[in-house]
Design a protein around this ligand. Structure first.
Ligand code: NAD
Length: 287
């Protein structure tokens, strides 16, 4: 986390590596990769990037149709095998069933990408307990279940592995706009750091990826608490102006995920560019 905050403050973030499939094929070819939230946005792009590198990919989403679509694209992109699984990552029993099925039918996962997440904007005083539960169930508990179930399988197998958790730039940047979302992501960032220390001795790497604004379904569907639809639109426009940056494509985050696994990085910020990083780092509480 210190490494990450230093990088942000010095404006060094936002330089995503270029994807070089040939190089990644050596590392990921034939490996089993599981991506949650694979039906859209960053998850889909990440599943496809691993597929291009020749990995076998399990595409998990609560929306089975979009997961199946991504699995089909993975096969077309070069994955020797790709499967779709429907599961709500926040549902403990569903995740236990998923972990059992994956281990039995496909094997022990080599790379786990806990990516599924939902967005929620709105001041703390407008945020209901139900809002909190919804966000924490998916964004935090989803990651906990994934790490716990698949991390244990990796540890028991004893051949190492890697876990990538999708946090967010919001994890370290206080803002009155995103108290519930930012809290969930800050927890994911800290969990990733703790787990990294715990699992290092077993050859299992853990990475927290922290994207800034990315052009995906979550951006256009961002919900605001306590306001009507017109005000919600106004706030979305205002937020876009405030950030003052173009959203980066999900493929850039996907590229950073593969590179992070190869280099076993702890925390990886991904933003549209250094200008965006400076603007983000200036966003103070109350911005
Ligand atoms: P997205 O909405 O395009 O994709 C999210 C996917 O997760 C969808 O396919 C959705 O069906 C699935 N999903 C949602 N809840 C689920 C659940 N309970 N169980 C299983 N699947 C579920 O969003 P995205 O932008 O690609 O988001 C991916 C991750 O990146 C999230 O964790 C998000 O918080 C994080 N992130 C996004 C941005 C951004 O600006 N888009 C920035 C930082 C971090």
């Amino acid at each position: 986390i210190t490494e990450f905050v230093t990088a942000v403050e010095s404006g060094r973030q936002g330089v995503a590596p270029r994807l070089a499939p040939g190089r990644y094929a050596e590392r990921f070819g034939g490996q089993l990769v599981l991506v949650t939230g694979a039906g859209s946005g960053i998850g889909r792009a990440t599943a496809l990037a691993f597929a291009e590198a020749g990995a076998r990919v399990v595409c998990v989403d609560r929306d089975g149709g979009t997961a199946a679509d991504t699995a089909g694209r993975c096969r077309a992109a070069g994955a020797p095998e790709a499967w779709a699984e429907t599961a709500d990552v926040g549902d403990e029993q569903a995740m236990e069933k998923l972990a059992e099925k994956v281990a039995t039918a496909y094997g022990v996962v080599d790379v786990l990408v806990n990516n599924a997440g939902i967005g929620l904007s709105g001041p703390f005083l407008d945020t209901t307990p139900e809002d909190w539960r919804r966000v924490l169930d998916v964004n935090l508990w989803g990651v906990i279940h994934g790490c716990r179930l698949f991390g244990r399988q990796m540890a028991e197998r004893g051949q190492g592995g890697h876990i990538v958790n999708t946090a967010s730039a919001a994890a370290y940047q206080p803002s009155r706009a995103l108290p519930a979302y930012a809290t969930s992501k800050a927890a994911v960032l800290m969990l990733s750091e703790c787990l990294r220390a715990e699992l290092a001795g077993r050859g299992i790497g853990v990475t927290a990826v922290c994207p800034g604004l990315v052009d995906t379904g979550i951006t256009s569907a961002a919900r605001f608490t306590g306001v009507d639809a017109e005000e919600e639109k106004r706030r979305q426009r205002r937020a876009a102006r405030l950030y003052g940056l173009r959203a980066c494509p999900p493929e850039k985050v996907a590229a950073a995920v593969l590179e992070a696994v190869v280099r076993n990085r702890a925390v990886v910020p991904v933003t549209p560019g250094a200008r965006g990083a400076r603007l983000l780092s200036r966003l103070s509480p109350g911005a």
